[in-house]
Design a protein around this ligand. Structure first.
Ligand code: IPD
Ligand code: CA
Ligand code: CA
Length: 251
């Protein structure tokens, strides 16, 4: 299948998942606790992941599949692999804060190849194919050219790793003093896309898992931005790491 057609098919599957989020029945509490502070999984996280697994593997039979809501994760080292987060922003979803996304990355031989991040509440579909730029609903997007002092800084609190909380807030305070203001959306995938679309200048979080950033970091890089660890190293897709993402403007 041609890359463009493959991406379109991925978008269609992700849009279907977005509809499930939009029409979710939150009247029944179908939430289970996971390890870590305030870490929950809903019946919808599981349902959407199942749908993604079935439909994406129909597109590329034989591809590996890594999803947040499973205990053991397949190797992504060779050939195609999907890395998915069925609902990025589960806490927002539980609280009906209407700021969550479906995130799907496709890797080839362990490298990011395609990314799709969909915010169903705003009907926004962020997409990228390696080397071909980044798009929002089909229109090209680019990071902003503003320095940090004219910028908004997004950050995540690494909520499931309480030992990182103090450092996270100290860093946020540091950036708050250097930038115009800070924000915390509750979806790392959307944060990366916000920097990609020039809506914010920087994003950081001291620990994220590959499904949080695999798609969003490719979209950001294809929009002209950078995504590295806090120490400046490459993001690892086989295990989680910190993420420091920006528009690449020296500040
Ligand atoms: C979380 C969100 C949140 C970030 C957490 C992630 P989840 O993903 O991206 O913004 O702060 O670190 O784990 O659990 O809602 O899929
Ligand atoms: Ca996530
Ligand atoms: Ca999730």
């Amino acid at each position: 299948m041609e890359p463009d057609q493959l991406l379109k098919n991925m978008e269609n599957i992700v849009r279907e998942c977005g509809k499930i989020i939009l029409h979710a029945d939150r009247s029944q509490n179908q939430t289970d606790a996971k390890p870590g502070h305030a870490n929950f999984v809903t019946a919808y996280d599981k349902k959407i992941q199942q749908l993604l697994q079935t439909r994406l593997l129909q597109l590329l039979p034989g591809a590996s599949f890594v999803g947040e809501e499973e205990d053991t994760h397949a190797s992504i080292d060779t050939d195609y692999a999907f890395i998915v987060d069925p609902i990025d922003g589960t806490t927002n979803f539980i609280k009906d804060c209407r700021m969550s996304a479906v995130s799907v990355a496709l890797t080839l031989d362990g490298e990011r190849y395609m990314g799709v991040v969909h915010n169903p509440y705003l009907d926004e579909m962020f997409t990228a194919i390696k080397g071909q730029g980044a798009f929002l609903n089909g229109a090209p997007i680019h990071v902003s050219s503003q320095p940090l002092k004219n910028g908004i800084v997004l950050f995540g609190t690494a909520p499931y790793n309480e030992e990182l909380a103090k450092k996270s807030f100290e860093m946020a305070y540091g950036y708050f003093k250097r930038a115009m203001d800070i924000r915390r959306s509750g979806s790392a995938a959307l944060d990366l896309c916000s920097v990609a679309a020039g809506r914010a200048e920087l994003f950081f979080e001291l620990y994220l898992s590959p499904w949080d950033y695999a798609a969003g970091s490719l979209i950001l890089e294809e929009a002209g931005g950078t995504a590295v660890t806090i120490e400046g190293g490459p993001l690892t897709l086989r295990e989680g790491c910190s993420v420091l993402a920006g528009n690449g403007v020296e500040s």
